[in-house]
Write a protein that binds this ligand. Sequence first.
Ligand code: 5GP
Length: 189
Amino acid sequence: MEWLKERIVKEGVVLSDQVLKLDALLTHQVDPALIMEMGREFATRFKDRGVTKVITLESSGISVAFAVALELGVPMVFARRKKTLLADPDALCERVPSFTKGIVTDIMVSKQFLGENDRVLFIDDIIANGDAARGLIKIIERAGADLVGLGVVIEKSFQAGARTLREQDILVESLVTISSLEDGGVSFS
Ligand code: 5GP
């Protein structure tokens, strides 16, 4: 994944020992050619696993999840961040802490778009502590769907998210692993 590492080094901004700003290539502006390359890579890694649906969280997972779904020829569903207090009997909801915003948000997926016949590939941009992933995985389980695995563009391995999921026998595939953001630099492993 040298092409991706180069872009991260060139365009990412280390905000602290914990946070890498990726607005230039993932979380604000996206480069369609780069996103399609990611889509092809994830599709290759998961192509033999009978995926029926790709799922992600709004908003920064959407572009990559779309590219993967296009390559696999399946629909893509994104969990929405709930902005209404009205109860929807047709929705599966979970509360997740947001790593970057420092607040708790409610995410929801309509039962209409996720069910027990689905084999779901979960795609996300970055995994840190794994709270967002855990919330969406709970929704997938409550829908009765099978989780095929999680594909993340960037795994920050100095935070526990990906490791904890692997310990639960969930297949986690990351395109790039960052082992440290100390002293203003990005270290890959
Ligand atoms: P987690 O729930 O795994 O702690 O955090 C996952 C979410 O927080 C990701 O979907 C991503 O949007 C955001 N996030 C976590 N760490 C970073 C980071 O270093 N940079 C950016 N830009 N977003 C991050």
